[in-house]
Design a protein around this ligand. Structure first.
Ligand SMILES: [Zn+2]
Length: 127
């Protein structure tokens, strides 16, 4: 516990996560109680509810857990891009697949940068 008693003071925030992502650091959180890892900022562990999550750097190599093609894109985007849930071991991250990436379920992929989402927010890109 910190001196102030603020147990959430060190929690990974979205703006920190996004800035690190643009610097090539895929961050996540690890639960000190159950070991569960997530790939995007959360206020509490999705498995056990613990709130004192630790910030960790996630592996940059993983495998495609599942993927799909977005044919009807958000306004301002061209459809036909692929998104995937990439298995990074304990954590899974929702990501875009590069246009020339032909990886399917179970294939290896590597974190290769970011793309802009519908509101300009960065999304991890895998290739
Ligand atoms: Zn937990």
């Amino acid at each position: 516990m910190t001196a102030s008693g603020d147990e959430t003071g060190d929690l990974l925030r979205y703006d920190e996560w996004a800035a690190a992502l643009e610097d090539g650091d895929l961050r996540g959180q690890r639960c000190p109680d159950c070991g569960h890892e997530t790939a995007a900022p959360k206020a509490a562990c999705g498995r056990c509810g613990a709130r004192d999550l630790e910030t960790v750097s996630l592996p940059t190599e993983g495998t495609v857990y599942t993927e799909t093609t977005v044919a009807v894109a958000p306004e301002g985007f061209d459809g036909g891009y692929r998104v995937a849930v990439v298995d990074l071991g304990e954590a899974r991250v929702l990501a875009r697949l590069a246009d020339d990436c032909e990886a399917g379920i179970g294939d290896p992929v590597e974190f290769s940068g970011t793309v802009s989402g519908p509101n300009g927010e960065p999304a991890p890109l895998f290739d």
